[in-house]
Design a protein around this ligand. Structure first.
Ligand code: DGJ
Length: 726
């Protein structure tokens, strides 16, 4: 059956005119999107859902909408334009040079071509009256069931043409009910999941924070089509936008209960002057449509990220010791040298020096000064960064360093020298966020400066292995001296400027690993993760809070990208519990190791050894979320290897009730016919497992139908089990 559909799809390879083929299919193993050119020459979505059998007459999908009462409604145009007869929200709006605000986009041709792991469909639409072209791209990753789409907009008009909205995608659904899960955020409160039914009218999830874009709303959603979203059941569209800036998702339920989903850059305050001949490429909207709940959707996303998206996905990640929570700004050479030794003794790969190492006229001894002056503070570190790298390496660990190159403190030499590089209103009072301001990355000179921060450090210290690239302020005082009267381009050109810098960094320093950080997890999109190897999920490292935050990020993000550090937040929790909460992700430590008892230190050392042994499994894409912390006092997850021969079960009791009944947790994703040996790992020094089944063998069928009692019922306790196929 699949073979037949592929044959059909590839028959369309090459440029096809409107008359020879009017049906366009975008297919993955389980999902199919069908578009059709109708008699009016426009392109319409006629189907989006589970992949169909090829015997279905595709034109039969072109059914009239039910209950259509309005005679003006044209249908589900794939890229409708504001200013025509589609009276609902649309992804595209243009203001032509003559002031006219309409465009009718007609199908010109399409082609399909293989890409790595999938097929790209490229559809060209053009306005017959104005020289405006929109090229729609659909990248279908078959095995992962992920589709990514974006648009390229251009024109050949003389005069000033503005694009007012420039969405990446428009999708339509028709069902009786829709439920939306969104992810709100704040500092130390990332990825808070909330769910609501969508009914008539519009719901928007968007961001206007510019640089620290995801601080209040994170760029992900889950949409239950026809019912509530659940972990293993139901049809769910999971979507995200690959853009490190303002984004907008619009969900509009119309008078016929049909749902439109528009995704793209947030066009607020961003009416964009598009020069003639220049191609405006929108960010990719990436989605998966799972018929088996969000669990399958997450596995699709994680597999896709590892196969096609995450930077250095096929390379190792380094465990590390960070000094931020331990020392804050208060360190010097001897203190750091001692920490290098501690890092080595702990067993991590790398020491990461955080904020506070730079600035001389205005030393960075707190967050009020020094940002922008990326010269080492001579009083603190008289022998400079090279000495730090050398000493760390001699101690047996790699060295990494913190930067925040997009920002400036007004109390800095950079601000004194280049006031015009700073985003700041010329005629209004300046607003400060964390006492700092944002540099104008739309300006090529500023791009050079930001690139120079990395370049200078790397030139001086070729053995630098790692950077933590922070971004602690949203864009405030939105005004660019460089863009002059084209201020509408600023939010977009800022992000593009950032990508230009990151492109240069990646090209010149391909061995450098960079953690993305934004005062915690306020930057976390898949475009940035084409440059960054990992991201900091949150400054909140209280293990209980982290269970929720990581549960949220795991909906979309692979474990390899999610930095999770053991700290002293919540000392009521045991060190074992704190380590076990970080263990399923990219493990690090940000803790005064001297505060640990010898037993706790020994536990951490053993955990790192186990982590190194189990890395391939920990980073595997198949995550099964078995018990949600949102549902009660527990959390259980399971990670399964691709061949289903190896699995880990992570079980956490948060604050269970007194004498609470503990039921077995049924596992998932195993081979029912295979036998698995179950062993508790990460036991505290000198302790044996209290589990009666430790070391015993069970069939996959038993483990999935009856399950294991993995929870203990004790406050803030955890167990990690390893399952090996016999
Ligand atoms: C915010 C980050 O999230 C922290 O980890 C730390 O790097 C501080 N910035 C330093 O200023």
């Amino acid at each position: 059956m699949k073979k037949l559909i592929s044959t059909f799809v590839f028959a369309l390879t090459g440029i096809v005119s409107a008359f020879s083929a009017e049906v366009i299919n975008v297919v993955t193993d389980n999902t199919q999107l069908v578009m059709r050119v109708k008699d009016d020459g426009r392109l319409y979505q006629t189907y989006l859902g589970e992949r169909l059998s090829p015997v279905v007459e595709l034109s039969a999908l072109d059914m009239p909408r039910t209950n259509v009462t309005s005679s003006v409604f044209r249908g589900n145009e794939v890229y409708p334009v504001i200013g025509t007869e589609d009276f609902y929200d649309a992804p595209f709006e243009i203001r032509h040079a003559d002031g006219n605000c309409s465009s009718v986009l007609k199908y010109v041709n399409h082609r399909q071509q293989p890409i790595n792991g999938g097929t790209e469909t490229v559809v060209t639409l053009r306005d017959e009256v104005y020289p405006v072209t929109v090229v729609l791209h659909y990248l279908a990753y078959e095995r992962e069931n992920v589709i990514s789409q974006y648009a390229e907009i251009s024109h050949q008009e003389k005069g000033r043409v503005y694009i007012v909205r420039y969405g990446s995608s428009m999708l339509y659904f028709e069902a009786d009910e829709y439920y939306l899960t969104g992810f709100s955020a704040d500092w130390a409160k990332e990825m808070v999941m909330s769910n609501q039914q969508l009914q008539f009218g519009k719901k928007i999830i968007d961001s206007r924070l510019g640089s620290r874009a995801a601080d209040f709303a994170q760029p992900f959603f889950e949409l239950g089509i026809g019912g509530q979203v659940s972990e293993n059941h139901g049809t769910v569209l999971m979507g995200t936008i690959a853009w490190t800036g303002n984004f907008r998702f619009t969900f509009e339920v119309d008078h016929d209960n049909e749902l439109r989903v528009i995704s793209g850059i947030n066009p607020d305050a961003s009416t964009y002057l598009l020069p003639r001949g220049e191609v405006f490429r929108t960010p990719e909207f990436i989605f998966t449509l799972s018929q088996n709940g969000v669990g399958q959707g997450s596995r699709n996303f994680q597999r896709w990220a590892l196969n096609h998206s995450l930077y250095k996905a096929d390379e190792e990640r380094m465990t590390l010791l960070n000094n931020w929570e331990n020392t804050h700004f208060d360190f010097d050479e001897p203190k750091l040298a001692a920490l290098f030794g501690e890092a080595k003794n702990l067993g991590v790969d790398l020491f990461l020096l955080d904020d506070g190492w730079f600035g001389n006229k205005y030393p960075r001894s707190n967050d009020r000064a020094g940002l922008g002056d990326w010269q080492v503070t001579r009083e603190k570190l008289p022998n400079g960064v090279p000495y730090m790298v050398k000493t760390a390496n001699e101690s047996g660990v790699e060295f990494g360093i913190w930067i925040e190159p997009e920002m400036v403190n007004p109390k800095s030499e950079l601000a004194e020298k280049h006031p015009d590089w700073i985003l700041r209103q010329p005629n209004r009072e300046t607003y400060y966020f964390r006492h700092q301001l944002v540099l104008d990355l739309s300006n090529p000179q500023v791009q050079d400066h930001v690139f120079g921060v990395v370049d200078n450090l790397m030139t001086e210290n070729p053995r630098l292995k790692f950077m933590k690239w922070d971004c602690n302020s949203p864009i405030t005082n939105i005004y660019s001296h460089y863009l002059k009267e084209n201020q509408g381009n600023l939010y977009v050109d800022y992000v593009r400027g950032l990508y230009k810098v990151l492109d240069r960094v990646q090209q010149k320093y391909p061995d450098l690993y960079i953690m993305m950080c934004s005062g915690g997890g306020a930057r976390c999109d898949f475009k940035a993760l084409r440059y960054f190897t990992e991201f900091w999920c949150s400054d909140n490292t209280d293990p209980v809070e982290r269970l929720f935050i990581q549960w949220g990020f795991s909906q979309f993000m692979p474990a390899k990208a999610m930095c999770s550090h053991v700290t002293n937040w919540n000392r009521r929790a045991s060190v074992k519990f704190r380590v076990d909460v970080c263990f399923p992700y990219k493990l690090g430590f940000d803790i005064d190791l001297k505060s640990l008892s010898p037993q706790d230190l020994e536990y951490c050392q053993m955990a790192i050894r186990e982590y190194n042994r189990l890395k391939p499994l920990i980073y595997a894409p198949d995550l099964y979320r078995l018990v949600s912390p949102y549902d009660g006092n527990h959390c259980v997850m399971e990670r399964v290897s691709d061949d289903r021969a190896h699995a880990l079960v992570y079980a956490y009791d948060i604050h269970p009730r007194f004498s609470e009944q503990i039921l077995p947790t049924r596992l998932q994703g195993l081979d029912a016919d295979a036998q698995y040996e179950v062993r508790e790992i990460l036991l505290q020094p000198g302790r044996k497992s209290s589990l009666s089944y430790d070391g015993k063998t069970f069939s996959g069928d038993y483990l999935m139908k009856i399950g294991l009692k993995v929870l203990s019922g004790s406050d803030m306790s955890s167990r990690i089990l390893e399952l090996k196929k016999m």
